[in-house]
Design a binder for this molecule. Structure first.
Ligand SMILES: Nc1ncnc2c1ncn2[C@@H]1O[C@H](COP(=O)(O)OP(=O)(O)O)[C@@H](O)[C@H]1O
Ligand SMILES: [Mg+2]
Length: 256
């Protein structure tokens, strides 16, 4: 058996638009600062945004990789990846959402395993549905990061999700409270949030990371955490991401 080099994680949520993609990219930026080789896999197959967020053009996507795996034509994962910088590569979601339908869940685990052989960190972005693809991802990765906002529906749905996880004895997850998504929503205190979801808040992204002009940065393809100002000005959030990255790198491998 080949020895895996790296670790994998996915960001998941009970609701869309909570900040998964934005903050998965922030975590990738911190891992880059730790000198880690990172592959971001966009498994939000129908409406993936990683290439757009990073302003990258691409020809091949995860669809081509899955197709070649199916037809025994796969050679190297980097035949399908796009370079962002010296540390970060991306494997894009299909350009044509109809191709997403053709990706079978059984290839997902294989793709993650192949990525772990080559990269220190494999970060998987998802959408929030509990379909076969996402269930396979949740089952395959070393660590799951649930992102939740201060929103009654989001919190209620996360509680249901965590109850399922606990009943299956799946405890390789952490909860990130994202307060930067919408600074005007602060219905519940942290104490109340913990009570609602019946779980600790492992990490908190603060309201200070709310950026009014975030779309401008997105259009420029900027990873916020790679901006020098991030560490200097948003010290608390920088620290939260550093802790997240350190815990992830030092955490358990699922297969061990
Ligand atoms: N730090 C932030 N500051 C301002 N707006 C944000 C921030 N993070 C996310 N958003 C807004 O929320 C939207 C959804 O974020 P995104 O990361 O795409 O969520 P998800 O991947 O969970 O759907 C973004 O398009 C952006 O408008
Ligand atoms: Mg997203």
């Amino acid at each position: 058996m080949k020895i895996k080099k790296g670790k994998s994680l996915c960001f998941f949520s009970a609701k869309g638009g909570v900040g998964k993609t934005t903050n998965l990219l922030n975590l990738a930026g911190i891992l880059e600062q730790f000198d880690k080789k990172v592959l971001i896999i966009d498994m939000d197959l129908y409406s993936g945004g990683i290439a757009t967020y990073l302003n990258k053009k691409f020809d091949k996507s995860i669809y081509h990789l899955a197709f070649d795996l199916m037809n025994n034509k796969f050679n190297d994962i980097n035949d399908y990846t796009v370079m962002v910088d010296d540390y970060i590569d991306i494997l894009c979601a299909p350009k044509d959402p109809r191709d997403a339908n053709k990706i079978e869940a059984k290839y997902i685990d294989d793709i993650i395993k192949k990525a772990e052989l080559k990269y220190d960190a494999v970060l998987i972005d998802t959408n929030h549905s509990l379909n076969d693809i996402n269930l396979t991802i949740l089952d395959s990765v070393d660590q799951i990061y649930f992102m939740v906002t201060n929103d009654p529906l989001d919190l209620k749905n996360l509680k249901s999700l965590l109850t399922i996880f606990d009943s299956l004895n799946m405890n390789n997850y952490k909860v990130i409270l994202n307060n930067s998504r919408d600074p005007f929503k602060s219905y519940f205190s942290n104490y109340e949030i913990k009570k609602i979801i019946n779980h600790r808040l492992d990490y908190t992204i603060s309201v200070e990371l709310f950026l009014k002009d975030i779309e401008k940065l997105i259009m420029k393809g900027v990873i916020i955490s790679l901006d020098r100002k991030f560490a200097d000005i948003m010290t608390k959030d920088y620290q939260a991401f550093v802790t997240m990255a350190t815990d992830f790198l030092e955490g358990d491998n699922k297969d061990e």
